[in-house]
Design a protein around this ligand. Sequence first.
Ligand code: PEP
Ligand code: MG
Length: 754
Amino acid sequence: MSGLGISAPRLLLRKLHQVMAGHGDAEQRLNEIVRLIAGNMIAEVCSCYLRRAGDVLELYATEGLKKNSVHQTRLRFGEGLVGDIAARARPLNLSDAQSHPQFAYRPETGEEEYHSLLGTPILRGGRVIGVLAVQNRTRRSYTDEEVEALQTVAMVVAELVSSEQMVASTEFSDAAGNATLPHHINGRVLAEGLGAGVALLHEPRIEVVHAISSNRAMEMARLNSAVNALQSSVDKLLIATNTLFKDESKEIFEAYKMFAHDKGWLKKLQEAVNSGLTAEAAIKRVQDDTRARMKEITDPYLRERLSELDDLANRLYLHLDGRSQIDRRNLEKDTVVVARNMGAAELLDYDRRRLKAVVLAEGTRSSHVAIVARALGVPVVGQCADVRDNVEQGDLMLVDGEHGQVFLRPGDDVRQAFSRSQRQRAQQQAKYAALRDKPNISKDGVPLKLNVNAGLLIDIDHFPELGADGIGLFRTELQFMVRSQMPKVDEQTELYSRVLDKMDKKPVVFRTLDIGGDKLLPYLKTKPEENPALGWRAIRIGLDRPALLRSQLRALVQAAAGRELSLMFPMIAEVAEFQEAKLLLNKELTRAAQRKDGPPTKVNVGTMIEVPSIVWQLPHLLKEVDFISVGSNDLMQFFFAVDRGNPKVSDRYDTLSPSLLLLLRNIAEHCEQAGKPFAICGDIAGRPLEAMALLGLGYRNFSMSSETLGRVKEMALSADISKLQNFVRGLCQSRDHSVRDQLRAFARDHSIII
Ligand code: PEP
Ligand code: MG
């Protein structure tokens, strides 16, 4: 056949257009369409199945199969090859259809003579509303152009079916999606909680309402003006980034610019319009082509580039007719946002009342979006690689941010089980809330400090509800990350003052900027690094760029004028680094002493213990600091040499491994001997079993995400530390991979609630 490649289907499209505009009822026109397709694709058969109530596909028109099977042959979604195409919402291209395990023989159709089959779903508004298939007697494989062409024709059929209401819209159930089968995805918990709502694609998909153009010149003009708008918006972005963004951030925008101006890409779009498609259909067509290429490419760099092209098609679509972005601030229904990945600022764009969960194809627990989501109490499940391929806007989604599971289009059983879990969780939360005013004292009367980690003002707003003693870790970098430019000293001062004001004398430990690694500031010049976690980050940046660190210290000192200030430095690897940082602080304190407002009344200066090397200098360090706080996330990463952001290895070693416990005990022992306060503020402080072990190791001051405070408090109130102590210290000598089971058994035997 001549093929219906991107430049050749003009004739067919013109004929289809005549049919669409012509007389006759919808079924007659559908018959005419399948006849035209069969003729054009030199196929012996072309059949159109439409969706009826109850997820059934009914044969509506055929060229080639027995005519009396029309309206008789019915297949359930998932049944036979046609049902499979509908259920998966994917084209199927088979040279020997009958040998396919899904093949379901329907004698009334007479299709046993046909060997090859090419079928594609008919989609409307992202929903499968039917299947279009061609068949040939010979065993042939259909070309990519033919697959694309059939998809284009399916767009036209979709238009006919809905404009003529060939099937009542009520027959398409609302809960059914693109692929209609329930789908379950395992991911990773990035932020705890349970959330349910309808899917909203962060990167919206292109919806084609009219596939065939009635006025080619007009469609070309629409396309061209959208292209111009896209190009100028990308150019503007680049100009803005030239001053603010440097190096690798700029590269991303340069790549966008390159693609937006890419002649090949633009030519393809124009050719598609020239072939008779509307601008929307042309963009979709070219995007489908990019996606098909993406599937075959394994090279991560190239895949990334192609996915930029994919994003660009979405952006172009948004520029058609001057349409703008979806209104993220006003969502109509409870919503689950689905994205490849997103920045913290983008998350903050969404309407908080309606945003129930986020599902990411990528993302790690320590990514900005995850940290901010935890602060907001929005559950996030990440690393769901194929989520975007399986979800359609409007699909019901249940997000289990306790176990890292996502349920797409769930059946009744799953929905009921999920509602039960939500109820249980609400009861748990109520139970924790009831504990709020109880003093933080263990069962055997040991006073404890239960603090929370924070970083956004919203955290402080919620602070009074938590029953926490204070903020044990204020991650100042979050404020830097959610901005498009470096906050000035005044702005920082104002922010820190507000934190201190709102906390009303309750303790807050500010951590100085911990950027680098995966926490990149778009406006800070950094070179791409091979091992960013081991690279130029945290205090290393602060000491190499003293002006940056000093401006932050100045803001902190000014904000705390006349009151107490506690601050700590991240990633200190040797005493000399602490001394250098302290020197910068002293300069700011001297400066503040000469100012009208004066210095803070008291300054407590500490370090985080995150790099194992500093543990060997603790006797020296403890002479110089006022306190220390163990950052177990990084400490564990460096101790075991496991990248905390790499899912392949991040769980390889247990947080309850004897060697890590021994290290933590060692730190505690040094501090006890030196009489210096010590705390722990990594993720393990917020896990009841781990926190129980920490109590046994001597830790009394914990700082955790607010979400986990209730659980840890419940555990602590039920724990008899005197009994725990010997047991846990004994476990440090174990040779096992983990002592988790032993700790669980201890908790059970001693009625400790974990
Ligand atoms: C840590 O490393 O444990 C820590 C608390 O810091 P962050 O998670 O912000 O790196
Ligand atoms: Mg850290």
